[in-house]
Design a protein around this ligand. Structure first.
Ligand SMILES: [Zn+2]
Length: 302
């Protein structure tokens, strides 16, 4: 759950419980979260510190008592409620961030699943419930706005212009603006894809001459996309592990119309492009540093 508080942007769901069953120390209602800690940036101290979760004062009388999953947390049989988590820096005790959180289940929470205290009786225990819903949590608001940390590997690889689009893209993604994020990532792919192929060409495990031939042909006629189809066999093995052609996949994202996509489809697509871009650039980087290491070793042997 630390991962959720530390790194998740708005509206990105985190699985709190897979196949929830009652009992144990589970995060379902607001008071369950009190005292949980995670690492976050304290703007007052300009450093990463441990933050601890509190609730609004109105919850205080219920600390340690509110064990029941009462009706105020249920809508149409499903778990569905929101609350504000106040997360305070444990070091300075002054700086805090606030998250508006939404906790919900994908299926009905039956009465048996609730942590109700049953009167003691000799009656046999009820049969185990058939429905075991998954329970999720998402941030639906944040104060101050969540800052997204860009991936250093990417920002080192791109120039200023591409980094500007990259930064806008990941922020749009974190706020669930799928169409916006997709537009930025597509712009990056359109601009950087040939540059990426040129970087790949220089890797030791690529077919250097063949890739150069493809690049020359592309230069003659940039409108023809054969380079993206034909490059796969010439890639280094590390870029072939997907079994699919990552360069072609990236190219395909730019050739499809934007207007036909719904917001949710754009969001999914934008996330996938980002993962793919990060994968390709990470591999290029790894192979480059491998060459550097080898060169250093060879130098040492001389
Ligand atoms: Zn602090």
């Amino acid at each position: 759950m630390k991962e959720f508080f530390e790194n998740y942007g708005l509206y990105k769901a985190f699985v709190l419980h897979k196949e929830y069953t009652a009992g144990g120390n589970k995060f379902v209602i607001p008071t369950d979260f009190v005292g949980q800690t995670f690492e976050y940036k304290c703007e007052k101290e300009d450093a990463f510190r441990t933050f601890e979760i509190e609730l609004e004062l109105s919850y205080e009388p219920y600390y340690g008592i509110m064990y029941n999953l009462s009706d105020e947390f249920i809508v149409d049989g499903k778990l569905n409620h929101t609350f504000k988590a106040i997360c305070r820096c444990k070091s300075c005790k002054k700086y805090h961030v606030e998250f508006q959180l939404h906790v919900y289940s994908n299926d009905v929470i039956t009465k048996d699943l609730k942590r109700m205290s049953r009167p003691i009786s000799n009656a046999p225990a009820p049969p185990p419930p058939k429905i075991k819903p998954d329970i999720f949590i998402e941030k639906i608001g944040a104060l101050p706005k969540i800052e997204i940390t860009p991936n250093k590997l990417i920002t080192n690889y791109f120039d200023r212009e591409s980094n500007k689009w990259y930064y806008k893209g990941i922020n749009a993604l974190a706020q669930n603006f799928g169409i916006g994020a997709l537009a930025y990532f597509r712009r990056i792919v359109e601009k950087e894809l040939i540059h990426i192929i040129e970087s790949i060409k220089l890797l030791p495990d690529s077919h250097n001459a063949e890739i150069q031939k493809l690049l020359d042909k592309h230069k003659e006629n940039p409108k023809v996309s054969t380079i993206y189809d034909n490059i796969f066999q010439h890639l280094p093995n590390s870029l072939k592990v997907l079994g699919d052609n990552p360069i072609k996949l990236l190219y395909n994202q730019t050739s499809e119309g934007l207007h036909s996509l719904k917001e949710s489809e754009s969001l999914e697509k934008a996330s996938k492009i980002l993962v793919l871009l990060e994968f390709v650039i990470k591999k290029i980087n790894e192979e480059r540093s491998e060459i550097k290491d080898l060169k250093d070793i060879v130098k040492g042997l001389k």
